[in-house]
Write a protein that binds this ligand. Structure first.
Ligand SMILES: NC(=O)c1ccc[n+]([C@@H]2O[C@H](COP(=O)([O-])OP(=O)(O)OC[C@H]3O[C@@H](n4cnc5c(N)ncnc54)[C@H](OP(=O)(O)O)[C@@H]3O)[C@@H](O)[C@H]2O)c1
Length: 339
């Protein structure tokens, strides 16, 4: 028996993604075999594929060939010896980082997230990464409170649209930067849009909020957006930078700024957010936050913006669309019956 997956054969554009056939095997001890129903297509897939991710070119960088795909939702179709957390037929999710663009994945059963079968798999898969980042940036990093005023830099993307929904739900007054054609997505949630192509967000917000903002969520994370965001914060304000810095020199400049802001000036806070602690540290907060997000989806309090769905094996076209910057929200790969 065979299954198909998509691999990046070399670093480059979407054309380096190719479909390959693999032998289906039995899961090993502690492992489950999952038939993928939906896989997210996200910005880190693109930077890894292009060889432009933070650690590309270093020993920590992603080696080629590899299968991209940061998050999946699927059905357990076989379990290995000793697996107790899940049973065959159950629906689960996984934060995979790589490997999601595939008809089948093998994953450690202790790292699977239970997903209610009633939930729509393409919607549920957006919670595993994009909504998780948004939720943790809001509630764990910035510790926002109802009535606070905040700016989202990059409000039209996968994480940006999650931030504007979760931020509105939490009672924030929000401003967001995005290209003008995507402003209707922001105004739908009562967010004041700023076109970063034609307007300086610092000037616009200084006029609108002379007392300053309580929080800034920066998905671009250039030294310019961080400087601009910090300048807008009131005393006690928090800037959460969750975007991937453009290489190690950019990261070092941000770390230097963090030392100046957090240790020397101490009037405002600059926080870096990353999901890497899921693999390095305590996973309990992640499970708690996924549970909260799945409940919000079940209660229809959040509604993921799905720009387009593609068949799993058409990952190259899906990457092309996300990379073109023409869509607001999420691009998702699905099995043919979910198209
Ligand atoms: N920290 C983590 O654990 C983590 C996890 C996942 C992703 N990320 C990072 O988070 C960032 C956002 O990811 P995403 O998936 O939401 O990306 P996305 O869907 O591609 O959205 C990108 C957003 O950035 C805006 N944008 C692009 N260039 C800009 C510029 N020069 N100035 C201002 N805004 C600009 C886009 O606006 P328009 O399209 O409206 O022009 C859009 O709103 C990426 O850097 C990604 O690598 C971090």
């Amino acid at each position: 028996m065979k299954y198909r997956s998509v691999i990046a054969t070399q670093y480059g554009g979407p054309e380096v993604l190719q479909v390959v056939e693999n032998d289906l095997r039995s899961p090993r001890a502690g492992e489950a075999r999952i038939r993928v129903l939906a896989a997210s297509v996200c910005r880190p897939d693109i930077t890894a594929r292009r060889g432009e991710a933070l650690y590309s070119g270093t020993p920590l960088g992603q080696k080629i060939p590899f299968t991209p795909g940061y998050a999946v939702v699927g059905v357990v179709e076989a379990i290995g010896p000793g697996v107790r957390e899940v049973a065959i037929g159950e629906r689960v999710g996984a934060l995979t980082i790589i490997g999601g663009y595939s008809e089948v994945i093998y994953w450690k059963s202790s790292r699977l997230i239970p997903i209610l079968p009633a939930l729509d798999p393409p919607e549920a898969v957006t919670l595993i990464l994009n909504y998780l980042v948004a939720y943790q940036a809001l509630h764990r990093s910035a510790k926002i409170k109802a009535g606070e005023r905040a700016l989202i830099i990059g409000a039209s993307g996968g994480i940006g649209t999650a931030l504007l929904q979760l931020g509105s739900l939490a009672g924030l007054t929000l401003y967001g930067t995005a290209s003008a054609d995507k402003h209707p997505t922001l105004t739908e949630y009562g967010v004041t849009p700023i076109d970063y192509h034609t307007q300086d967000f610092v000037e616009v917000i200084r006029r609108a909020e002379p007392d300053g903002l309580d929080a800034v969520f920066d998905g671009v994370s250039s030294i310019e957006t961080i400087h601009g965001g910090l300048a807008l914060l009131r005393r006690g304000g928090r800037l959460v930078s969750f975007g991937e810095p453009a290489g190690l020199p950019a990261l070092f400049r941000i770390l230097k700024k963090m030392i100046a802001v957090n240790l020397l000036q101490r009037e405002k806070a600059l926080k870096l957010y990353g999901t890497s602690t899921y693999f390095l540290g305590d996973r309990k907060p992640y499970l708690e936050d996924w549970t909260t997000l799945l409940r919000l989806l079940e209660e229809r309090k959040i509604k993921p913006v799905i720009a387009k769905k593609f068949p799993i094996l058409e990952a190259a076209q899906a990457n092309d669309l996300l990379e073109s910057g023409q869509v607001a929200g999420n691009v998702v790969l699905v099995t043919p019956e979910l198209l």
